[in-house]
Design a protein around this ligand. Sequence first.
Ligand code: ATR
Length: 262
Amino acid sequence: MKYFFVIGDRTSQSLSPLIFNHWFKVYKIRAKYSYVEVNKNNFEKTLLDKIKNKKISGFNITIPFKKNIFKYLDVVNNHAKNIDAVNCVKVIKTNKGINTDWIGYLNSIKEFKINKSKNIIVLGYGGASKAIVYGLFFKGYKNVLVFNRTKKQINFKEKKMFTKQYRIINKHLSTADLIINTTPINPLDKKQIKTVSKNTVVSDIVYKPKNTAFLRNFKNNKKIYGISMLIEQAIPCFYYWFGFKPSVDEILIKKINKKINK
Ligand code: ATR
């Protein structure tokens, strides 16, 4: 029996156990995935106790410990180093960490065929946004504007940029092909929402509720829901642990929808 878990501050709400245990069942893998809820004070001790256990084969790290995990890892891949966050660890003799959030986001927009010269607006620049923006630049998207309420530096390879202020967003909204909200709120006011074209794809990374305070404003636009990124980031994690890509079947979608529509 192999054991996996997700560690973070509100993991009792996490859908990762549901997703991975579903795949273990489908592929008849003798493994169990659970959650470990920690806070700043007990993170280190709990984690070390956990990984001492020889039966642990891997784990996920979530908010707010994706950075704190670095010092417990022997190897971290370059993408995770660049993003400065690890969300997936493989434990086999050594602890190896990767970041699959950026891959997850890129895969969640694949079906919308957004080409590299399209105008992309990212709202917010927190931890998850950092992975998304990195992914967009890495993939070669040229016109990406990131807005944040506080000015933050964005590093990509030798390029150094800064986030933009919301007060200059108006002139960019009407020409955006994709708007990605990475904040927990809706940062656009009614007037700004009105300037967004019906052809703009709107995306949010929050998955509960499905129709977030941001997405709700765009009745006629194509939408990318937060749940896509969650599922898509789990696929490369599973691949990292087991060496093959699991499929997202209808039963899994049904199980997830039941949870997020509650
Ligand atoms: P995560 O790591 O999950 O992305 P986070 O680091 O808390 O979460 O980031 C949340 C993002 O939402 C940040 O960009 C944050 O802006 P700041 O960097 O200025 O803190 C943004 N955010 C949160 N609450 C906001 C609000 N009320 N208005 C505008 N932006 C907000």
